[in-house]
Design a binder for this molecule. Sequence first.
Ligand code: UDP
Length: 405
Amino acid sequence: MTHINDYKEIVGRGTIEDLFLLADRLQGKAVQNINSTAVGGGVAEILTRMLPLLQDLGVDARWDVIKGNERFYSTTKKIHNALHGVQVDILSDEFEDFLETNRQNASGMTFGDIVFIHDPQPIALVEQRGTVGGRWVWRCHIDFSRPDDHVWRFLKSFVDRYDSAVFSAPAFARALAIPQILIAPSIDPLSDKNRTLPEETIDAVFTRFGIDRSRPVVTQISRFDYLKDPVGVIKAYRLAKRRVDCQLVLAGGGATDDPEGPAIMQQVNSEAERDQDIHVLFLPPSSDIEINALQRGSAVILQKSLREGFGLTVAEALWKGRPTIAGAVGGIPLQIKHKYSGILTHSIEGTAHWIKQLLQEPAFAARLGKNGHQHVRDNFLITRHIKDYLLLFLSLYHADDIVHL
Ligand code: UDP
């Protein structure tokens, strides 16, 4: 288990002392995080690492996961896709069922002084606010640049009942009656997913998966989700392979609140058939060392998302100094400045072009990786994220002091 003081080596003593000072001001306040999955996806990833660190700082931090049936998760996935601008039909009884599941979850819950709701799935818990009191914050992790109007209006009726809303990137700001705060996500440099690994461990993971490390490997780590465009990744790899030898790794698992994974995985498998250089790896939960090793041992990392709230996988790859090619969507441009800290692309052809370029120009690729690492160090480590959250929590008790411009 890592302790907050362990981070002094990476971010300096002063940063950690600041965190203790801020945490001290929150004494006596219970901060309750609520989301819809304990494993899989970026939100669970962050909460898993952040909760123990907040507790280590002396914050009374808690984490609850709401539960629902298959229909609830199918509706919430539709809501998720609709907010990402995908055309979906949600029936009025599905909205009703969504509300009912939120109410059932609320009936068994004890609410903290600060209720920190992550994403749309538990958003309607705010209906309880009148009864249980407290300060309420809605934290949206998803790409909100082009939400479906109907679904957004439904959610907005809840969002306006919160004290404030947190988004990951400026492009996601919306017209709201409440203050909006921008806080980018982060990665934990000391987690099994991101810490330095011995070369033998990296080798062992590649050997176990039957991947030849003597030839360049191009990798995308992602849930099997249409919006991560795994089929587009295969197409880009095929185009690049006409010009340069390489192998492709598509590795990922599912999340308990994402019912679409198996169908997408099937599609990917049939697309990848008959090419021995494509490795489609299904990763169970807790594959952190495997993901770390795959990222570190790859020549190029892809994150060819069509929509992306932030894309922790991008920050993870950059932290490891890996040259990264990613879709210019959502929060990804916060992390990658084109041709400086990575490559931004808009198409399959563009992705293929840059796979070829980076494999053929290792010195340029290495420079991108180096700059990417520094950018993550400066902006996207968990200590900065904790500081932003502590300041946000404290601001809830000083709302009158906030100057609205
Ligand atoms: N991840 C994982 N196992 C998988 C696929 C992804 O642990 O099979 C992790 C990945 O390393 C990253 C997070 O889940 O830390 C995904 O976050 P991201 O923001 O990239 O995408 P999301 O899944 O939240 O859309």
